[in-house]
Design a protein around this ligand. Structure first.
Ligand code: SF4
Ligand code: SF4
Length: 63
């Protein structure tokens, strides 16, 4: 399973990823930051170029 990471230092909470991820991976946590539920990710990679702050990273699992 790929791991979806949001860099909270870069993220400005624009909400685009929450709106546009087809698998509803992103959400605002109770700490008020964007988090990712990696288990839902279908690895379409759409969020990487979509994030204006370049705050999203996807870590591939080891082969
Ligand atoms: S698209 Fe990027 S900057 Fe916008 S909320 Fe998502 S992670 Fe944060
Ligand atoms: S790779 Fe696709 S499914 Fe996974 S978090 Fe990004 S937009 Fe959502």
């Amino acid at each position: 399973m790929a791991r979806v990471i949001v860099d909270h230092d870069k993220c400005d909470l624009c909400g685009l990823c929450i709106e546009l991820c087809p698998a509803y991976v992103f959400y605002i946590s109770n700490k008020g930051v964007v988090e990712a539920d990696s288990g839902k990710c279908i690895e379409c990679y759409g969020c990487i170029p979509l994030c204006p702050q370049n705050a999203i990273d996807i870590i591939e699992p080891d082969p």
